[in-house]
Write a protein that binds this ligand. Sequence first.
Ligand SMILES: O=c1ccn([C@H]2C[C@H](O)[C@@H](COP(=O)(O)OP(=O)(O)OP(=O)(O)O)O2)c(=O)[nH]1
Ligand SMILES: [Mg+2]
Length: 170
Amino acid sequence: MAVNSVRIPLVRLDRDLPVPSYAHHDDAGADLMTTVDVTLAPGERRLVPTGVALALPEGYVGLVHPRSGLAARHGVSIVNAPGTIDAGYRGEIKVLLVNLDAHSAVQLNRGDRIAQLVVQRYERADFVEIDTLDETARGSGGYGSTGGFTPDPSDHVPAGQAAGTPRSAQ
Ligand SMILES: O=c1ccn([C@H]2C[C@H](O)[C@@H](COP(=O)(O)OP(=O)(O)OP(=O)(O)O)O2)c(=O)[nH]1
Ligand SMILES: [Mg+2]
Protein backbone atom coordinates (compact mmCIF):
# COMPACT_ATOMS: atom_id res chain seq x y z
CA MET A 1 0.00 0.00 0.00
CA ALA A 2 1.37 3.43 -0.94
CA VAL A 3 2.41 5.76 1.86
CA ASN A 4 0.59 9.10 2.08
CA SER A 5 2.68 12.21 1.66
CA VAL A 6 2.08 15.62 3.14
CA ARG A 7 3.26 18.91 1.62
CA ILE A 8 5.68 20.66 3.96
CA PRO A 9 6.95 24.15 3.15
CA LEU A 10 10.73 24.24 3.71
CA VAL A 11 13.29 27.05 3.62
CA ARG A 12 16.91 26.25 2.86
CA LEU A 13 18.93 28.59 5.05
CA ASP A 14 22.05 27.19 3.38
CA ARG A 15 21.43 27.18 -0.39
CA ASP A 16 24.55 25.16 -1.22
CA LEU A 17 23.22 22.01 0.47
CA PRO A 18 20.37 19.94 -1.01
CA VAL A 19 16.84 19.71 0.37
CA PRO A 20 16.62 16.77 2.84
CA SER A 21 15.52 13.61 1.06
CA TYR A 22 14.54 10.00 1.65
CA ALA A 23 17.19 7.44 0.60
CA HIS A 24 14.42 5.01 -0.45
CA HIS A 25 10.83 5.80 -1.41
CA ASP A 26 9.52 3.83 1.59
CA ASP A 27 11.97 5.13 4.23
CA ALA A 28 10.37 6.75 7.28
CA GLY A 29 13.17 9.26 7.83
CA ALA A 30 14.50 12.01 5.55
CA ASP A 31 18.21 12.58 6.14
CA LEU A 32 19.34 15.87 7.66
CA MET A 33 22.84 17.23 7.00
CA THR A 34 25.27 19.27 9.01
CA THR A 35 26.13 22.68 7.51
CA VAL A 36 29.39 22.81 9.45
CA ASP A 37 32.46 20.70 10.10
CA VAL A 38 32.34 19.28 13.63
CA THR A 39 34.81 17.29 15.70
CA LEU A 40 33.40 15.60 18.80
CA ALA A 41 35.81 14.33 21.43
CA PRO A 42 34.74 11.25 23.44
CA GLY A 43 31.75 12.27 25.56
CA GLU A 44 31.42 15.67 23.87
CA ARG A 45 28.09 17.07 22.61
CA ARG A 46 27.34 19.88 20.16
CA LEU A 47 24.22 21.59 18.82
CA VAL A 48 24.69 21.18 15.08
CA PRO A 49 22.81 23.27 12.46
CA THR A 50 21.11 21.56 9.51
CA GLY A 51 20.37 24.60 7.34
CA VAL A 52 16.64 23.90 7.06
CA ALA A 53 13.52 25.42 8.58
CA LEU A 54 9.99 24.01 8.16
CA ALA A 55 6.37 25.00 8.48
CA LEU A 56 4.81 21.72 9.64
CA PRO A 57 1.03 21.75 9.33
CA GLU A 58 -0.98 21.75 12.56
CA GLY A 59 -1.44 18.20 13.79
CA TYR A 60 2.03 17.12 12.60
CA VAL A 61 5.30 16.78 14.50
CA GLY A 62 8.85 16.28 13.26
CA LEU A 63 10.95 13.80 15.22
CA VAL A 64 14.73 14.01 14.88
CA HIS A 65 16.09 10.49 15.19
CA PRO A 66 19.70 9.27 15.29
CA ARG A 67 21.15 7.35 12.31
CA SER A 68 22.06 3.78 13.12
CA GLY A 69 25.13 3.83 10.85
CA LEU A 70 26.72 6.72 12.76
CA ALA A 71 25.78 5.05 16.03
CA ALA A 72 27.28 1.67 15.07
CA ARG A 73 30.44 3.01 13.41
CA HIS A 74 31.26 5.93 15.68
CA GLY A 75 29.01 5.82 18.76
CA VAL A 76 27.31 9.07 17.70
CA SER A 77 23.78 9.61 18.98
CA ILE A 78 21.42 12.47 19.86
CA VAL A 79 21.21 13.62 23.47
CA ASN A 80 17.47 14.35 23.36
CA ALA A 81 16.54 11.57 20.94
CA PRO A 82 14.10 11.87 19.36
CA GLY A 83 14.17 15.67 19.18
CA THR A 84 10.72 17.23 18.85
CA ILE A 85 10.07 19.79 16.10
CA ASP A 86 6.80 21.54 16.97
CA ALA A 87 4.43 22.53 14.19
CA GLY A 88 4.72 26.19 15.19
CA TYR A 89 8.55 26.23 15.15
CA ARG A 90 10.00 28.32 12.32
CA GLY A 91 13.65 28.35 13.39
CA GLU A 92 16.49 26.25 11.99
CA ILE A 93 16.32 22.56 12.86
CA LYS A 94 19.34 21.73 15.00
CA VAL A 95 20.62 18.38 16.19
CA LEU A 96 22.17 17.85 19.62
CA LEU A 97 24.81 15.29 18.67
CA VAL A 98 26.84 13.42 21.27
CA ASN A 99 29.86 11.19 20.85
CA LEU A 100 29.23 8.24 23.17
CA ASP A 101 32.45 6.47 22.19
CA ALA A 102 34.70 6.22 25.24
CA HIS A 103 37.98 6.46 23.32
CA SER A 104 37.75 7.95 19.82
CA ALA A 105 36.94 11.42 18.56
CA VAL A 106 34.70 11.64 15.48
CA GLN A 107 34.98 14.11 12.61
CA LEU A 108 31.81 15.09 10.72
CA ASN A 109 32.04 17.26 7.63
CA ARG A 110 29.66 19.80 6.14
CA GLY A 111 27.13 17.89 4.05
CA ASP A 112 27.38 14.66 6.06
CA ARG A 113 24.04 13.12 7.00
CA ILE A 114 23.80 13.35 10.77
CA ALA A 115 20.19 12.55 11.67
CA GLN A 116 16.83 11.68 10.14
CA LEU A 117 13.56 13.55 10.36
CA VAL A 118 10.38 11.49 10.76
CA VAL A 119 7.16 13.46 10.20
CA GLN A 120 4.12 12.09 12.01
CA ARG A 121 0.59 13.01 12.86
CA TYR A 122 -0.10 13.30 16.55
CA GLU A 123 -3.11 13.51 18.83
CA ARG A 124 -3.41 16.16 21.48
CA ALA A 125 -4.34 14.80 24.91
CA ASP A 126 -7.30 16.22 26.76
CA PHE A 127 -6.24 15.34 30.33
CA VAL A 128 -9.22 14.53 32.53
CA GLU A 129 -8.34 14.14 36.19
CA ILE A 130 -9.97 11.22 38.05
CA ASP A 131 -9.33 9.55 41.45
CA THR A 132 -8.43 5.98 40.43
CA LEU A 133 -7.47 4.31 37.19
CA ASP A 134 -9.02 1.08 35.85
CA GLU A 135 -7.25 -2.23 36.51
CA THR A 136 -5.16 -3.91 33.80
CA ALA A 137 -3.04 -7.10 33.52
CA ARG A 138 0.17 -5.03 33.56
CA GLY A 139 -0.88 -2.68 36.32
CA SER A 140 2.19 -0.71 37.44
CA GLY A 141 4.68 -3.39 36.31
CA GLY A 142 7.52 -2.15 34.13
CA TYR A 143 11.31 -1.89 34.05
CA GLY A 144 11.74 -5.59 33.17
CA SER A 145 8.67 -6.91 35.04
CA THR A 146 7.91 -9.41 32.25
CA GLY A 147 11.34 -11.00 32.88
CA GLY A 148 10.66 -11.25 36.63
CA PHE A 149 12.69 -8.18 37.55
CA THR A 150 11.46 -5.85 40.29
CA PRO A 151 13.20 -2.49 40.48
CA ASP A 152 15.02 -1.75 43.71
CA PRO A 153 14.74 1.88 44.89
CA SER A 154 18.39 1.65 45.97
CA ASP A 155 19.32 1.24 42.28
CA HIS A 156 19.32 5.03 42.08
CA VAL A 157 22.84 6.18 41.35
CA PRO A 158 23.56 9.82 42.14
CA ALA A 159 24.93 11.77 39.15
CA GLY A 160 28.69 11.55 38.78
CA GLN A 161 28.98 8.29 40.74
CA ALA A 162 29.96 5.04 39.02
CA ALA A 163 27.23 2.41 38.66
CA GLY A 164 27.67 -0.98 40.33
CA THR A 165 27.99 -4.46 38.82
CA PRO A 166 26.20 -4.65 35.47
CA ARG A 167 23.11 -6.89 35.28
CA SER A 168 22.18 -8.99 32.28
CA ALA A 169 19.45 -7.59 30.04
CA GLN A 170 15.91 -8.84 30.63
O1 LIG B 1 16.33 18.31 18.44
C1 LIG B 1 15.69 19.38 18.41
C2 LIG B 1 14.69 19.68 19.34
C3 LIG B 1 14.04 20.89 19.24
N1 LIG B 1 14.33 21.77 18.26
C4 LIG B 1 13.58 23.02 18.13
C5 LIG B 1 12.20 22.76 17.54
C6 LIG B 1 11.30 22.73 18.72
O2 LIG B 1 9.98 23.09 18.37
C7 LIG B 1 11.98 23.71 19.65
C8 LIG B 1 11.70 23.45 21.12
O3 LIG B 1 12.09 22.13 21.41
P1 LIG B 1 11.67 21.45 22.81
O4 LIG B 1 10.24 21.70 23.09
O5 LIG B 1 12.17 20.05 22.75
O6 LIG B 1 12.63 22.24 23.79
P2 LIG B 1 12.33 22.89 25.21
O7 LIG B 1 13.53 22.67 26.02
O8 LIG B 1 11.00 22.39 25.76
O9 LIG B 1 12.27 24.40 24.82
P3 LIG B 1 10.99 25.36 24.65
O10 LIG B 1 10.76 25.91 26.00
O11 LIG B 1 11.45 26.38 23.64
O12 LIG B 1 9.85 24.54 24.12
O13 LIG B 1 13.38 23.56 19.40
C9 LIG B 1 15.31 21.48 17.31
O14 LIG B 1 15.60 22.25 16.40
N2 LIG B 1 15.96 20.29 17.43
MG1 LIG C 1 9.14 22.59 24.72
